[in-house]
Structure formats: structure tokens, C-alpha cells
Write a protein that binds this ligand. Structure first.
Ligand code: SF4
Length: 361
């Protein structure tokens, strides 16, 4: 929430970002001001369709209404600190928040879609071993307006000037910021705002069982992707400390219930790490726990993170792992790691930036 300043430089009442409001909430504000719902819809269209955040430039609104808006709201609090473009077309954004925390966003163009990868928290409390986001600890949940700013800034600044799909999997655990995530998705999905179809929106979780159970009751057609990364508790707990709270067997049972309740498929993400989870024994265990489950598995060779000492396995080991799953009747896709030249692994750009800042100070 920003602060208004008086002409004398005094701090006045906090100002809300207008993107914290749904269209109906904005209409309610306009009605309380004695303004029409039509004007609220115009403002919404300026922000989400024309990507214009400056109230002063909303030329079809009266001058008094523009001034009223500027006095009551801010629009846009994120600052683009870095924008890197990979040789493979992946674009990485480093954003500064008003309280100086940093978050990342990624744009991935592939297979006729342009996917925006959205952060949901500054930092992360879950400390997965292969992820740089957890290394700097957890700072705070992102607000609805900040997540929507990520979407709007990336869609207006990326080379393709639009995003067709969203995946909530940047820094942070989406289901750990549940209410803000749901509101962000509803605005992104709304035809009067961004109009991104629910089936083009993916929530990627490290396996928060109560969050998955709650999501099943939302009636949303979104995609669910669960980071599994190991088929047994010992390996998974070493890779993902969250497994000590939500172990493999309970997680898989929860995902099976999710599929029964929603009639939607679940995708399991499995990052292949050399010497940790990529041998044929692990492939066999994975096939066993997923037997009879209508699901998909995405295999992704890990992005090397020097600070964490993780490396992907060799080509042959990757292909043998995939082949073992295919033979067990599992629907499996081998994904390429993207944007390695622009530190696209989760949290790496932010980590590098924090390290540079520390060295400089
Ligand atoms: S992989 Fe996701 S849940 Fe795990 S530490 Fe990184 S951001 Fe957090």
C-alpha cells in the first residue's frame, strides 16, 4: 500500500492499489462516489485492456474523476530492475517491490503459447534443495495488485506483447498465499480484465495438502501441477523439507481425491538431479506409486545452480528414466531446461542480485 504526500511533504492516509479491487468492488466505490458503473468499467478497461496505469491519461474520463482516482488510488507499484533475453527466447524479469524486496518473473515462448511465470511470494519458506528462491528465506506474501502488476508488466514489456498462459510458480509457494492467489486468478480470468481462460492458468505447488483439498472445492477449471521430484520419503524429504509435513503417500492420495472431485488431471513435476533421484530404481518406485492414476509426469533435467551444487544427469540416464515410465504406461513428457544463459532457474537472478548487493556494500 502506497502513501499519499501532501504538498508540504507530510505523509497522509495510505493509498490502495486499484488492482486490489475486483470490478464489482470498483463499481461499489464508484457508486459511493455518485459515479456510474459504466465509468468503473472504463477504468478497468484502461488498466487491463490498454495497459494504461496513469489515471491522468484516461482520456474518456472527466478531469474531476481522473483527479478523484489519483487521490484515492495508485496503480502499479512494481519496478522492472532487470530484463534479460535468452538465446532460446526465454525472457527473465527482476522486479523491485516498494519495500525493496525483489521477485522474479519469466516469459517462456514455446509451442504456440507465451507463458508468464508469476511469483506469489517474496522469498519462500520451503527451502527445496534445488531451488535458489529458498536460499534468501521468506519475506512476505505478494498482494493481489503486485501479482497482477507482474502479469501486466511482462505482457506489455516482453517481445511478444502478450501472455496467453499463466503459471504461478516463480518464487514462493502459491498455496501458501491462498486467498490472494484466488483473487488474482479470478481477475486474470475475468473477461472484463485479462480474459485468460482458466484452463490456461496453472497452479504449481510443492505439495501443500490442505491447499490442494481447498482448491478442489473452488470450482475453478485451472490446471494443477505438483512438484514430486522423488518417489520415496527419504529422498523427497532430503530434497524438499515440506515432505516431512506432507509425505509422499498422503500427497498422492490427496491428488487422487482431487482428480475424483474435480474430474481434472494432475501433472507431477519431476526434476532430474544427478546422483539423487534419476536412476532406474527411482523410476521403478515412481511407476509403482502412480499405478492406475490418470496423471501426467513432466521430467525436467535440473538447471545447474552452482550455489546449491546440483547438476543434471547425462542424456542416456535421462532417456532410460523416461523409457521406464513409458513402459509402465505413464504419460510422460521430457522438458528442456530453458533460459540457462539468463539464470532462469527459480530465484537465481534474485540471488545473484542479492549477492552483488552484498559484495558492493
Ligand atoms: S521450489 Fe517452490 S516451494 Fe520449493 S523453495 Fe523454490 S519456490 Fe519454494
Amino acid at each position: 500500500m502506497g502513501m499519499n504526500r501532501s504538498k508540504e511533504g507530510r505523509e497522509e492516509k495510505p493509498v490502495q492499489d486499484i488492482k486490489a479491487l475486483s470490478l464489482q468492488e470498483l463499481i461499489d466505490v464508484f457508486k459511493a462516489w455518485g459515479e456510474s458503473a459504466f465509468h468503473a468499467r472504463q477504468v478497468y478497461a484502461w488498466i487491463y485492456k490498454k495497459k494504461e496505469f496513469d489515471f491522468g491519461r484516461m482520456s474518456d474520463l472527466s478531469q474531476p474523476l481522473r483527479e478523484k482516482l489519483a487521490g484515492a488510488f495508485v496503480s502499479g507499484t512494481l519496478e522492472v530492475k532487470e530484463h534479460l533475453v535468452s538465446v532460446d527466447g526465454t525472457e527473465k524479469f527482476l522486479f523491485g517491490l516498494q519495500d525493496r524486496h525483489l521477485i522474479e518473473g519469466v516469459v517462456i515462448p514455446a509451442e504456440g503459447r507465451i507463458t508468464g511465470c508469476i511469483s506469489t511470494q517474496a522469498g519462500c519458506r520451503f527451502s527445496c534443495r534445488f531451488c535458489a528462491s529458498g536460499l534468501l528465506g521468506f519475506q512476505r506474501n505478494l498482494k493481489v495488485s503486485e501479482m497482477l502488476d507482474e502479469v501486466l508488466l511482462m505482457s506489455s514489456r516482453c517481445r511478444h506483447k502478450r501472455l496467453t498462459h499463466l503459471v504461478f510458480m516463480g518464487s514462493g509457494e502459491p498455496l501458501d498465499n491462498y486467498d490472494n492467489l484466488m483473487k488474482t486468478i479470478r481477475v486474470a480470468n475475468s473477461a472484463s480484465a485479462l480474459g485468460i481462460g482458466a484452463r490456461r492458468i496453472t497452479i504449481s505447488t510443492c505439495g501443500i495438502i490442505p491447499g490442494i483439498a481447498k482448491l478442489a472445492r473452488e470450482g475453478l477449471q485451472v490446471e494443477l501441477s505438483v512438484s514430486l521430484h522423488a518417489p520415496d520419503d527419504k529422498t523427497r524429504s532430503a530434497l524438499m523439507p515440506v515432505n516431512r509435513i506432507y509425505p509422499v503417500r498422503e500427497l498422492i492420495a490427496c491428488c487422487r481425491r482431487y482428480v475424483q472431485e474435480t474430474k481434472r488431471q494432475v501433472t507431477f513435476e519431476y526434476v532430474l538431479i544427478k546422483g539423487v533421484n534419476s536412476d532406474l530404481q527411482k523410476a521403478g518406485q515412481l511407476s509403482t506409486i502412480l499405478r492406475g492414476f490418470d496423471c501426467k509426469v513432466n521430467l525436467i533435467p535440473v538447471n545447474p545452480v552452482p550455489e546449491l551444487g546440483v547438476q543434471p544427469p547425462g542424456k542416456l540416464e535421462i532417456l532410460l528414466f523416461k523409457d521406464a515410465l513409458v513402459k509402465a504406461g505413464i504419460q510422460v513428457t521430457l522438458r528442456k531446461p530453458r533460459g540457462q544463459d539468463v539464470t532462469a532457474a527459480c530465484g537465481q537472478l534474485r540471488l545473484r542480485c542479492a549477492q552483488k548487493t552484498r559484495k558492493a556494500s
